[in-house]
Design a binder for this molecule. Sequence first.
Ligand code: AMP
Length: 579
Amino acid sequence: MKTIFGIDLGTTNSCISMLKEGKPEVIAIQDSSLVPSIVSFEADEIIVGLRAKNRQLLHPENTISSVKRIIGSDETVKIGEKLYNPETISSYILSFLKSEAEKVCGKEVKNVVITVPAYFSDSQRRATQKAGEEAGLKVERIINEPTAAALFYKYLQIDEKSETIESNILVYDLGGGTFDVSVLRVGELNEVLATTGNTKLGGDDFDQTIMELCMTRIMREHGIDLRGYKPAEARLKAAAEQAKIHLSHHPYARIEGNLIPNQGNAEIDLFFELERSEFEEMIEHYLEITKKEVGKALSESGLTADQIQNVLLVGGSTRIPAVISLLEGYFGSSCLPPIDPDLSVAKGAAIQGGIITGEHIHQVLIDVNPHSLSASALSYSELVPKVICVPIIPRNTQIPVTRSQIFYTNHDEQQVVKVEVFQGESKEPSENTLIGSLDLKLHPSPAHSPIEIEYSYDLNGIIRVKVEQKGYGAKREVDLDSTLRGQSFLEFDLSIDDEDDFDPDDMDDTQEQDNQVTNYILHKSYDTLNELTSEAEKNTLKALIHDYEKALKGDDEDLVDETEEALVDYIDELKERGD
Ligand code: AMP
């Protein structure tokens, strides 16, 4: 049987694990369970892990940390004259884990399950998968970090008792760069009920807050502004993190930055004490954000705090006493079982690997999608025509899932339908993320012809889109590659023969929009007419429609606007009467 390794590719640290005789075990790399997710460049050598971390102070300009915070984005990292995208930097970390783990266990590391924050978007997931492939790995599955932690927790329970007890658990995962919260029902099945979070909140922000304080002190005491000066920032960041960790176990910490580099001038000494209460105040607003997300996850799962039996604390930052107090206050102290905040995710990933290879683990995992997927369409619910996002797969739907919805063409002989795939919760397209679009050339048909749009979300949280003109056979099915950002679909089936004759870009956008608005108004007018029962109202509406249609045939734009307004106002009035 092949082995599927589990990898927790963390913002701060990464970890690789495997099942040994059915038990998840972390593989120690250079004697440590955790490998710093740091990459440093020296001439042609790529250095990863602890050595890279040690180089960070001396060579900050050649060293990259927390790359996970920008994975799946357009941002790049410049080292010397070379630009690297975040996937490539992540692939160096994965290659290092692969080769070092191979040395330890004496076999090839090829098939893996990689974990990502539950709240990662499609492009962040894709980029992670690509990083795996660039590292020569076969990524069998991308799973959510809190779900992996829950799988491990469940494994421990099964290990202790043979019977399966059903319970609701909440996973609060606060690492170096991301925050996730998931609510799960575990039992015979492990079902994720809701998941939410913030992919840009974590221990790095707490370090940054302490660093800002140091900068302010240096400014006050020495009149020197070191902001943006990398060697000083690297030194201060290390001092800040050390102090933060110290404060988890002590009431105060000394911040000692001996000999902070000062842009070619005499180095600066920094020494002061920070109290835990002071630090807690400094990070209070971040913890408030996490508390709100906990409330949101609970309400979306349909549960209340007293229906949660266990709260799992995952991620290094959950060692902060203020985090523990926050959760004890919310759920009660008896709800927090001791689990390893650093290793549970990687061990859960190895368990998921075992489930895929068919090991006797007796666990079934059902996860959900973290963001709604919608298509843009002209809204028929408001009088002023407006393009809105219509959800096809709402967030927190169990995956894998396929859902479809019927939309309608706007005018006779419409040549093309444009499907835009959005990820996000807003009705307003500009507030969501456009992750792709595709055009389907239509067969000639009357207005209001049905178009079926179908989205599928697979077990890795990756999307496939199918568009079909019902009754006419025009169809396109595509796989969405959102790492190529916007408009990029990987086409694998196109069932229109004369595609070459058609170029959607030839269409005049403004004209297209005007046509859509006109059609929308007429559509709405006739719908309203059909619904009316009063003869008097019907006659008034018919007359207004007639005036509008007549104006449309002429050249007088003012008359079109006038008759349009009169028609829209009257429909509005009828709607108000009806309400
Ligand atoms: P992770 O991404 O789960 O590896 O978590 C890494 C983050 O946890 C980093 O920001 C660390 O500084 C932070 N961390 C680790 N140990 C502690 C601790 N004892 N107290 C506070 N933060 C910690």
